[in-house]
Ligand binder design. Structure first.
Ligand code: NI
Length: 226
């Protein structure tokens, strides 16, 4: 399932990211593409050890940690340090599936990419093209969100970024290992959580809410992998 997290970053945080990214040196995105992806990838990335990458990545991780919608939708266990990319001058990324396991730079740890995230840092009117298009069993879904908004989609999805034919598209992208590996189980948890929250607003104190909350936690206990 795809989720939109609106206003993950505040206007000030987006501005801080933009200032740092506009002043940074960029490298060819093909440098980090797997051997098949180099044929379809045509963009630029911030080098992983770049100080701006670390500082802005930290800002994004903090925003994720305080966002209840992200926590409910992703049930995150580990998040790969955010990376940054730039598309312009016809830059694009053809159809591909992301790698399934990523090494966390500078550590012995690895992260399974249950979920992929794209955080938009340019406003849609600043560029043309640059749609993130994700394929699933219902067809293709294209997203192009306001700066500060993020889309989450299953890491197993085929997806692409269409050519940016005018202006510049800046974004952050990263992967999340979820407590609940299976996308359909994670979606059920999200549905149940949303229903409990809605009932809690309308019939606060009803004893059935405690039972439903118990079901939520006991399902999580069965499905969670830590
Ligand atoms: Ni990708």
């Amino acid at each position: 399932m795809m989720f939109r997290i609106s206003k993950l970053l505040t206007t000030e945080e987006v501005r801080a990211c933009r200032q740092a990214l506009e002043a940074a040196d960029w490298t060819d995105g093909r440098a980090t593409a797997g051997h098949l992806a180099t044929r379809v990838k045509d963009n630029e990335q911030l080098a992983e050890g770049h100080p701006a990458s670390q500082r802005l990545g930290e800002l994004i991780l903090q925003a994720l940690g305080r966002n209840p919608e992200f926590l409910a939708a992703a049930l995150p266990l580990k998040v790969l340090p955010p990376r940054f990319n730039r598309y312009r001058g016809g830059g694009q990324y053809g159809m591909h599936v992301d790698a399934s396991v990523f090494s966390v730079p500078g550590t012995p740890h690895r992260i399974r990419s249950d979920l992929s995230a794209t955080l938009f840092l340019s406003e849609p009117e600043e560029y043309e093209g640059g749609e993130l298009t994700v394929a699933d069993t219902y067809g293709e879904h294209s997203v192009r969100l306001p700066a500060g908004d993020m889309v989450l989609y299953p890491g197993s999805s085929l997806h692409r970024v269409t050519p940016v034919t005018r202006g510049t598209r800046l974004a952050s992208f990263f992967w999340i290992q979820s407590l609940v590996r299976d996308d359909s189980q994670r979606t059920l948890m999200w549905e149940l959580d949303g229903a409990i929250q809605a009932l809690g607003q309308d019939i606060a104190g009803h004893p059935a809410l405690d039972r439903l909350t118990g079901v939520y936690h006991n399902l999580l206990r069965q499905w969670a992998q830590t």
